[in-house]
Design a protein around this ligand. Structure first.
Ligand code: UDP
Length: 323
């Protein structure tokens, strides 16, 4: 298929593009490079520099390329930042996204795979989190993604826009070529690996008084290749759907640091800090629905293998994409 990947120069987008190309699809990447990196775009893909906030840029790109489907990864995705600057999240994740949907309708593209998030749920009533639980986000990032999920539902009902929204839990890991390089790194695993590389003195642990066995937050870390495979399966879906996507396992912040110590063989100092606003204590996915309906199955079910792949990439590219 001919796939138009918005945000294909970012962490998750770049790896999805690599897998799409490996599987023989034709790929066009559209990205404004504010978060993404030109070098993260696989050289087999075409690249269009453009911004979703400017409706004419996305309209022109879709009219010219006429793809069969869109994958939409372009978003701001930091919980902490969203608690400081909600406007940025609603503008970029909601308003700019509407430009994309309208440009798709105009160009006759009626299929989209959307990057949603477990942050749409907020602290859940029970674990693991399946698709039937109520969505009550506790930060503007999660809220912005939930609003976009609702918009997709209406565009499906009114315009017949077929969507699959994949609610990622915590994406982690790397391929041989592409990995995680954010200009401001706030994510746990890359930050711990930066300490292992000697680029940061210590890991800050945000909150040690949560109601979890070791007091730190628990997350479900899913390998980026498993996430990418779900996107490819989603291309074939006939009915619009929402799917939660994680491994069903959980690791605390302290456990992640311990696995990183084992994998890297480095002494990784930590300092305990207060809680980071907007963080739910535990997020673990139930992914039975996507397993049952699309036949998805994670290949990386243990955290160690996920961190090993990330560590290989960070050692090979200690300065990331170098921009
Ligand atoms: N975290 C931490 N220190 C860091 C980065 C993150 O203690 O340097 C914690 C964070 O508070 C959360 C978990 O690690 O409980 C995962 O955070 P991350 O930012 O990687 O992903 P999120 O779950 O926010 O999407």
């Amino acid at each position: 298929m001919k796939i138009f990947v918005v945000g294909g120069a970012g962490y998750i987008g770049s790896i999805c593009v690599e897998l799409l190309l490996d599987e023989g699809h034709e790929v066009i990447v559209f990205d404004n490079l504010t978060e993404g990196h030109r070098r993260a775009v696989d050289e087999r893909a075409s690249f269009i520099g453009g911004d979703l906030a400017r409706r004419e840029e996305i309209s022109r790109a879709l009219q010219e390329t006429k793809p069969e489907a869109v994958m939409h990864f372009a978003a701001n995705a930091l919980v902490g930042e969203s608690m400081q600057n909600p406007s940025k999240y609603f503008r970029n994740n909601v308003a700019a996204g509407i430009n994309l949907l309208d440009a798709m309708l105009e160009a006759g593209v009626r299929r989209i795979v959307f990057s949603s998030t477990c942050a749409t749920f907020g602290p859940p009533e029970r674990l693991p989190i399946d698709e039937t639980l109520p969505q009550r986000p506790i930060n503007p990032y999660g809220e912005s993604k939930l609003i976009f999920e609702k918009i997709l539902r209406w565009y499906d009902e009114i315009h017949g826009l077929r969507f699959v929204a994949l609610r990622y839990f915590n994406a982690a890991g790397a391929t041989e070529k592409f990995g995680e390089d954010h200009r401001t790194e706030t994510h746990l695993i890359p930050n711990v690996l930066k300490v292992a590389l000697g680029q940061k003195p210590q890991v800050e642990i945000y909150g040690t008084d949560y109601e979890t066995p070791d007091g730190t937050c628990i997350r479900d870390y899913i390998h980026i290749l498993d996430l990418s495979r779900a996107h490819i399966l989603a291309l074939g879906v006939e009915q619009s759907a929402f799917y939660n996507l994680g491994t069903g396992g959980g690791a605390s912040v302290r456990e992640v640091v311990d696995v990183c110590r084992t994998v890297t063989g480095k002494n990784i100092p930590v300092v305990e800090q207060p809680r980071r606003p907007g963080d739910p204590p535990r997020l673990i996915a139930a992914s039975e629905k996507i397993k049952r309906e699309l036949g998805w199955k994670p290949q990386f079910e243990n955290l160690r293998a996920i961190i090993e792949s990330a560590w290989r990439w960070h050692r090979k590219f200690p300065n990331g994409y170098g921009d």
